[in-house]
Ligand binder design. Sequence first.
Ligand code: HPA
Ligand code: ZN
Length: 333
Amino acid sequence: MDSRTALIARLPKAELHLHIEGSLEPEMLFALAERNDVTIPFKSVDEVRAAYDFSNLQDFLDIYYKGMGVLLAEQDFFDLTWAYLERASADNVRHVEIFFDPQGHTERGVAFETVLGGINRALAKGEAELGITNRLILCFLRHLSEDEAFATLEQARPYLDRIHGVGLDSSELGHPPSKFARVFSAARALGLHVTAHAGEEGPPEYVYEALDLLKVERIDHGNRALEDKVLTQRIVDEGLTLTVCPLSNLKLCVIPEIAQSPVRRMLDAGIKATINSDDPAYFGGYVNANYQAVADALDLSDADLRSLARNSFAGAFLPEADKTRLIAEVDAA
Ligand code: HPA
Ligand code: ZN
């Protein structure tokens, strides 16, 4: 192992952009399909992996929503989340902020409580046995309506002790943040943290809307913000965290090659960029693989890698005292 790889492995990290349904590995897809008697259009794990060849976000989402169709019972959501936490632990991830897509399940007849129950049971076990702290972020599917988002927020209301924030994901183009301004306002009034995917495929205007209309605390992806100098400076001035996902960007053709990852430019501009895996089962790597890919392609220094790890804790939805303690652990690593 070279010294850069060793540093990546050793650094304590937070993962702030991870869709739990996107951690469904092909092996588990097959096992759950069998356990739940669900038909999937693949004969082998190799055939599944071969299908993970995407030309844009929608290409991926079509397969992602089909894949989650094997998740039916509370135990399925537990197994999925536990498998992710074990992998995160192996990468020395100390804190996770996990997205889940309840509408992808309730629209198939799976109860909100089933989804939340399984994820939460695994998160509690992860904290007790692996020492990984967590936050859970409910994402609204932006291709669905504002009314459906409000209905989902209503379903979440009895469980706000276990749900810490809301996010916005799914098909970005044609579904600007403005469509969800009122439901985000309602979520903020309930004391929830707020973040949104913006500027992955969508234009800088969508990032402005996420900031001005949704009043987000972080931007998920945010690649295209760099096209706008004023917006870039605003992100710097406001100290906003961007959750960048390098292997996702590559697989979804947001960038033509990893060397085009915006991480270097963001760090140079003074933006608090972080490295995340997004949907690791679909994009070919967990958090350390994402660090490694950009470190190699952009020749990141040890100081850059430490900055990225520090940013991951600084941008977390954690109390300041916890952030300070975890950042000190990065400095000591
Ligand atoms: N972008 C938008 N929606 C998503 C993603 C993503 O990268 N992953 C899962 N849902
Ligand atoms: Zn995402």
